[in-house]
Design a protein around this ligand. Sequence first.
Ligand SMILES: N[C@H](CCC[C@H](N)C(=O)O)C(=O)O
Length: 282
Amino acid sequence: MKYLKYHALGNDYIVLRPEAFEGELSGDIVRLICHRNYGVGSDGILYGPVNSLSCDFGLRIFNPDGSEAEKSGNGLRIFARSLYDEGLVGEQSFSVETPGGVVSCKVEDRGKVVSVKMGEVRFDSTSIPVAGPPREVLNETMDINGRIFTFCAATVGNPHCVVLSDDPSSVDAHHYGPLIENDPRFPNRTNVQFMKVLDRGNIQIEIWERGAGYTLASGSSSTAAAAVACKLGRCGSDITVHMPGGKIGIQFSKGFFATMTGPVTRVCEGNMDQEMFEGTGL
Ligand SMILES: N[C@H](CCC[C@H](N)C(=O)O)C(=O)O
């Protein structure tokens, strides 16, 4: 089964074209393909282009735990680059339908950089969702194993919990990330960022992704964290997000309509041998 692999600041994805895999991408198959020892290994699968009635292309996004995500910022940049590499798009903008909404992509610098208009970031509890009365989820507190965190929540199409931190660390992301990801206040679980505002144009985040765990970078996390920093009045509308894997630029217009710009790196194209799927019924 032919696949392409790319990474975006170390957040790596496998691109599967429907013609290469006609079956149903079950949770078991996704978990196997994404497994770092028994499969190819990645932070997720981009399955597309699939048909869309309203957009140029459709895309499905799967996490390594087998769950399907509504949106992925790095995933969309990688998907756009894969379309460019295969001559399906040029450097003109094009639309992509995801379960989390419609985005507009633009490939630049011969594919090395991709911009994505990610849609509007929203903070209302019913859209994210967050349990409790309808409200904007800003500067709330949660007690996780006796440690009190102040957080905001936002949706970029997928849910995000942005924890305010003076010292974001991989240790906190690994320890508290899964606890927050699965906290009952988030009915659909949530992505988690530990965010420090560096100045009015820069933030630093450490990331624990829903369904993927610790990642070196995340486009939708960058967008959500930057939107929270801007919403709180701590940053302006043009923000650089610093992550262990590198930097992403986020610009806001007309409120919280976000444009995300960042690099894409092609890793390889390969073929998954049928033997890998033995015993899976595939
Ligand atoms: N794990 C995320 C999807 C991938 C997000 C991240 N890789 C990005 O670049 O936005 C979720 O379940 O919502």
